[in-house]
Design a protein around this ligand. Structure first.
Ligand SMILES: [Zn+2]
Length: 322
């Protein structure tokens, strides 16, 4: 039986024939064994799940349970882009290595081997793990395959083939260039303010920069700004300490909620603003609006995320849509 890491796009762990009903934004969609809903197949929904911190955390948890303490027998790389990154000798040298631990940092996954080497994986847009046995048929979009002693197998599956996989030698420092994790106690409104101080860009765009807070992406940034009642178009550097305190509380609440419990079945229904254009704001009833910032959709409430301070009223709030 194969198991996906299932961060909201999959038919569920263990049984690919099981069909789960889950709600994405306001759409009721049925997930098929192919992992794509019928609606997604008909049109490219902006709600296509790009893994962010909670999804990667879940993937890491499943991977950790599956491979910690296991010994690699061999690693196969099937996709040309990954082959270019990984010389054959590097792959061959992985045989016999034992996995010490699996760690998440931002949206990165780090498989630490006992000899100090680190296998560094990033799912990018669409990667996923399929955990099963070496005797099973490979998934259609298998890009790399980790075979373990005893017949266990972990497949990196990625229909868009953008995931990255690297092997770092023990003496090579891994420089991920990431800011603090959302729950890092060192991250405070004051440190957040310091890192935003020179950013004359919209706060939405600034928060996608992994050097500000690691692990956030398009969905949870929209959710956090809605929760904090901050206009996504407001200049990052102009946020005051009160707003930043609210923002930090909101980011933590959003990430915590998304990471909890039976995540894959319930999390989509918990999104407050993302992919809800034209639907009533869950707080004030105003129609949710969508703008495109740096090529990505931002969803927000034009009423409760408008700028309340009199100093900023030279910018009129957008007209509500009927
Ligand atoms: Zn509202």
């Amino acid at each position: 039986m194969q198991q996906h890491s299932s961060y909201g796009r999959r038919a569920g762990p263990a049984n690919r024939l099981v069909r789960l009903r889950l709600s994405v934004g306001s759409h009721r969609v049925k997930f098929t064994p192919s992992g794509k809903s019928r609606q997604q197949q008909q049109r490219q929904l902006p709600s296509t799940r790009v893994p962010e911190l909670p999804e990667v955390e879940r993937a890491v948890g499943l991977l950790r349970d599956a491979i910690e303490g296991e010994t690699l027998e061999r690693v196969e790389v099937l996709h040309a882009a990954l082959k270019r990154r990984l010389p054959r000798g590097v792959l061959r040298a992985l045989s016999g290595a034992r996995v010490r631990t699996v760690q998440r940092r931002g949206k990165h996954q780090l498989i630490h081997l006992e000899d100090g080497r680190v296998i560094h994986v990033h799912f990018r847009m669409n990667g996923d793990w399929v955990i099963g046995r070496s005797s099973e048929t490979l998934p259609r979009f298998a890009r790399a395959v980790f075979h373990f002693a005893g017949g266990k197998r972990v497949v990196l599956e990625d229909s868009r083939a953008l995931s990255t996989l690297d092997v770092h030698a023990p003496d090579v420092p891994l420089e991920l260039d990431l800011g603090p994790e959302p729950f890092d106690p060192a991250l405070t409104a004051t440190t957040l303010r310091a890192s935003l101080l020179r950013r004359r860009i919209p706060i939405k765009v600034a928060l996608l920069d992994q050097r500000v807070v690691a692990g956030l992406g398009n969905i949870y940034v929209s959710e956090s700004l809605w929760r904090a009642k901050i206009d996504p178009r407001e200049t990052a550097a102009s946020l005051d300490p009160t707003q930043l305190r609210r923002l930090l509380v909101a980011i933590r609440a959003v990430i915590k909620r998304a990471t909890g419990g039976r995540y894959t079945q319930t999390h989509a229904a918990r999104l407050d603003v993302y992919d809800r254009e034209g639907k009533p704001c869950r707080r004030c009833g105003m129609a949710i609006d969508r703008v495109v910032q740096s090529g990505r959709s931002t969803y927000y409430c034009p009423r409760c995320q408008s700028v309340p301070r009199s100093a900023s009223t030279n910018r009129a709030p957008r007209r509500p849509r009927s």
